[in-house]
Each structure stands twice: as structure tokens, then as C-alpha cells.
Design a protein around this ligand. Structure first.
Ligand SMILES: *Cc1c(COP(=O)(O)O)cnc(C)c1O
Length: 485
């Protein structure tokens, strides 16, 4: 344990102050007579009284306890925890952007609207789609947006459809988004080698099915090679193909899903396009669609006429508003900066390097960890704990042991279709030295599993908190600190 971390409440000493307000001559407020005194309080029970220095040390210590891409390798599969270039922060902080007020008249926000419009164009170019909204605040909200649009499309035609097909290799948010949009989810199993087959879709696609929702590359890190044939089957029965494009890190500049029959696709700017990810900070999950669905996109829409930009609030067939104002604008500035800085060649190089790094790890570790699908992967590689199970060691033990060696564990037990999955996504922003060091550590852990499994069972031992009851923490969380009497 590095140091004892007390709660800020436990540091409290009666009467200690951090900041003294300057003297003022404003009379003390008399509580509004309209508010029942039962709802007013004189004091805040247990409110910490601490000095400025204690506050500073407390929060600096807490920030140090956090693990992020800025202090170590973070190979979290399906999440693209890549380095966020600092130039993004410089542009996002430009006064003209950072100081904007969302209620400002559009005659005063032309630059911001132009940036939004250009970012839209770039995302359309990257995906091969016709229209895009930047409103959704996360990938999952982009999915929901798309499924609401699909639902409204069929409702407006007077022929509502009930079902959406989702393969077992899809991301967990997909069925949730479909449910929220009112659809019944029909599950379909992927083929033996991890790919979705055209035959399996042919068998279940019917005229009550609104869409097929697939993740490509799928959560096994494989590119769905039959996507065009599958799209033809879905289209023949009047359905839409929705692609979860959160993991575009493998495809930029190489493949455009819009040219493969995809009708809707959401992107995660906080993954592929290097905007901050995690910590609950604002995200952005733009949704791009084909012409047929464009009228259903959320309002307002940014409209360009020559060099003049406006916000069009016409409702028409739109599903309406999804998010306050126009989404998380400062995130758009960051993604725009990234795209312009990289250019076509840069973005293509990103995807190629992301794929190369994942395959490099896959080849280097496949003797030490069982590889369920031994084919060329995209930007992530999925292993299992099958070889470690003989010594009673599981994926969780391997993940916890990685923490002792200074790594954030990869994604584990996901995708669900692989027992004991260990899903590693190195991203293109890591050096070969970092990746080699990680591979060497994974090999050491595989050796420890054979010779000293207790080291893995007890891990992590170098952290402030040891192994916790994760289910208990999720089911019966203690969210409130109560002052001791
Ligand atoms: C991360 C991810 C999502 C969800 O994105 P959020 O921004 O976390 O809502 C959906 N699908 C896939 C494939 C993902 O990797």
C-alpha cells in the first residue's frame, strides 16, 4: 500500500478554513418566506473543514491514484484508449470556441457552425454515408438515435416493424438501445470461426424485421467479410443495416462501410478520433445515415448556404431533439483538429498501425495464451484462459496480476461468446518498446501461472485497494459517507 488515503471528511478539524472571503457589506439574506423552514438548514452536517494545502494534497493524491493513458499502457479492448494529442486541447481552449454561449445568435457563431459542418463532411467522407448528426453524446446514444429513426421510418410508412436482429458478437449496448427504441431483439449466432454468415440471416430475415444491427469489426476483432451479401438479404426484405462503428480505428482510409450496404453507422469520437475517453467526461457518438433516412435525423441541423451557416429547426419527419443544443461542441473541436492534423494519409496509417500492433501481440502471445480464432485480426486480439485453467488460474487472476506490473488490464470476459476472454487492443499510439514490454510481462504471468499461481490469486498487491467484491460493489454500493457521531 503506497499511502493511507483518508476521506476529505476524515481530515476535517473544527474551525479550520481554506479560503477566507473578502469583507463585504451585503446584508445577510433572510430565508424566503415561501420556503417551508423544514426544508432549510443552518449547517451542513459533516461538512469538511480543511486548509487549502490539505485540499490540494488530497485531490492531487486522488488524481495520482487514477490510471489513464497519460500514465501507462491501457490495452482495453473495444475501447480504443489511445493517446489524445495535446494540440486538440489547444484548439478546444481557443477563446472563440471555449467562450461561446449556446444561446448566442448564429450570426455570432459562424465559425463554430462552419467547424461542425466541416467535421460532418469529413465523417461522411470517412464512412461513405450521406448525412450525419453530431448530436449524440455517446456511442450508445448514437445507436438509440439510429433505432428511433428506423422505428419512425416504418411508423410513418404505416407499417411498423417489431424486430431487430443482433448477432452474439455485437456490443452489449446494441440490444439495450433496441429495447429502448421499442424493438424486440432476435439473437443470431455467429459461425464457428467467429464470422456472421449470410445463411443465418437469410433464415430469419422477414418483413417484420426493421433492421440488422451488427458490429464491424465485430467484438472478436474480426471484419465481417460477408457484409455485402448480408446487406442484400436484409434490403431485399425492406430492412435496414445498422453498423456499430465505434471501432473505426481499424477501417479509416481502408474500408468505407457506406459502400458495403450499411444504412446507419455511429462513430465514437472518444475512441477513434482521440477525444478524451473515460472518467465520465463528455463523449460524442455521431450517427451517419444514407439519404433515405436523412429526414429523420435529430434537429436542429446545421445548414450551409455559400459561406453562411444557420441552424435549421424545421421538425419535418425528424425524431426531434436528442440532446441539449448541438451536442458536446468542445469534443467536436478536438476531433476536427485530429482529423485535419492527420489528413487522409495519416488516418489510413493510424488504422494500418492499429491492425499491425494487434496482430503483433496476437502472434507473440499465441503460444502462452489460447487463441480461440487464429486468423488475422483487426485492431484487437482475443485470447482466453484455457491454458491457465489447468493450474486453476483464470482470466481475472491474469488481469489483476497485470496491475502489479503497472498495466491497466485488458477487457476481460467480453465478448460473451468466448469463455474467459482476454481482449487486447494496443492502438497505434504505442511504441514497439511498450508493446514488447507488455508481451514480456504477459509471458512472465503465464509462467507464474504454472509455477507460482498464488502470486496471481493474491494480486494485486501493489495498490491501495486489493481485490474487491465487484459484484457486491455493483449490487449494494455504499454511495454515502456518514459522519461518525
Ligand atoms: C464503446 C462501444 C459502444 C458504446 O459507446 P459509449 O460511448 O460508451 O456509449 C458501443 N459499441 C461498441 C462496439 C463499442 O466499442
Amino acid at each position: 500500500m503506497k499511502q493511507t488515503t483518508k476521506l476529505i471528511f476524515e481530515l476535517s478539524h473544527k474551525g479550520r478554513v481554506g479560503i477566507e472571503a473578502p469583507h463585504h457589506d451585503i446584508p445577510k439574506a433572510v430565508p424566503d418566506k415561501k420556503i417551508n423552514s423544514a426544508f432549510l438548514r443552518n449547517d451542513i452536517e459533516g461538512f469538511p473543514e480543511v486548509s487549502e494545502g490539505e485540499v490540494l494534497r488530497h485531490y492531487t493524491r486522488l488524481s495520482d491514484a487514477n490510471f489513464g493513458v497519460d500514465n501507462g499502457f491501457y490495452p482495453l479492448g473495444s475501447c480504443t484508449m489511445k493517446y489524445n494529442p495535446r494540440v486538440n486541447e489547444v484548439t478546444a481552449r481557443l477563446e472563440g470556441f471555449a467562450g461561446l454561449h449556446p444561446y448566442q445568435d448564429t450570426t455570432l457563431t459562424q465559425g463554430a457552425l462552419e467547424l461542425i459542418s466541416e467535421l460532418e463532411d469529413d465523417l461522411l467522407e470517412i464512412t461513405g454515408m450521406d448525412a450525419v448528426t453530431l448530436q449524440p453524446a455517446a456511442g450508445a446514444q448514437g445507436e438509440l438515435c439510429g433505432m428511433l429513426m428506423v422505428a419512425k421510418y416504418f411508423k410513418d410508412k404505416g407499417k411498423p416493424r417489431r424486430k431487430v436482429i443482433i448477432p452474439d458478437t455485437a456490443h452489449g449496448t446494441n440490444p439495450a438501445s433496441c429495447n429502448l427504441a421499442g424493438f424486440d431483439v432476435v439473437r443470431v449466432a455467429s459461425g464457428k470461426d467467429g464470422y456472421l454468415t449470410a445463411e443465418s440471416i437469410k433464415k430469419i430475415m422477414d418483413r417484420d424485421t426493421a433492421a440488422l444491427m451488427l458490429t464491424n469489426p465485430n467484438t472478436l476483432g474480426l471484419f465481417e467479410e460477408d457484409i455485402e451479401e448480408i446487406a442484400r438479404i436484409v434490403h431485399a426484405k425492406g430492412g435496414f443495416v445498422y453498423c456499430d462503428g465505434a471501432n473505426l480505428n481499424a477501417l479509416m482510409g481502408i474500408a468505407r462501410l457506406g459502400e458495403m450496404g450499411v444504412d446507419l453507422i455511429q462513430l465514437n469520437l472518444h475512441k477513434t478520433f482521440s477525444t478524451p475517453h473515460g472518467g465520465g467526461g463528455p463523449g460524442s457518438g455521431p450517427l451517419a445515415v444514407k439519404k433515405k433516412l436523412a429526414p429523420y435525423l435529430p434537429i436542429p441541423r446545421v445548414k450551409r448556404r455559400g459561406r453562411k451557416f444557420t441552424l435549421d429547426h424545421t421538425k419535418g419527419k425528424s425524431i426531434g431533439r436528442l440532446k441539449a443544443f448541438y451536442g458536446n461542441f468542445s469534443i467536436m473541436v478536438r476531433a476536427y483538429t485530429y482529423i485535419k492534423r492527420m489528413g487522409v494519409e495519416g488516418l489510413t496509417a493510424v488504422s494500418k498501425m492499429a491492425i499491425l500492433n494487434a496482430n503483433y501481440i496476437k502472434e507473440a502471445l499465441k503460444k502462452d495464451y489460447h487463441l480461440p480464432f487464429d486468423t488475422t485480426c483487426m485492431h484487437e486480439a482475443v485470447f482466453t484462459d484455457k491454458l491457465q485453467n489447468v493450474d486453476n488460474v483464470t482470466t481475472l487472476d491474469v488481469a489483476k496480476r497485470l496491475i502489479d506490473y503497472g498495466y491497466h488490464p485488458p477487457t476481460i470476459y467480453f465478448p460473451l461468446v468466448v469463455d474467459g476472454a482476454i481482449m487486447i487492443e494496443p492502438t497505434e499510439t504505442e511504441s514497439v518498446e511498450t508493446i514488447d514490454a507488455f508481451i514480456a510481462t504477459m509471458k512472465v504471468i503465464a509462467e507464474e501461472a504454472r509455477t507460482t499461481p498464488k502470486l496471481l490469486k493474491d494480486a494485486p498487491t501493489t495498490t491501495g485497494t486489493f481485490r474487491v467484491d465487484e459484484t457486491g460493489a455493483a449490487r449494494t454500493p455504499i454511495l454515502r459517507w456518514l459522519p461518525e457521531k
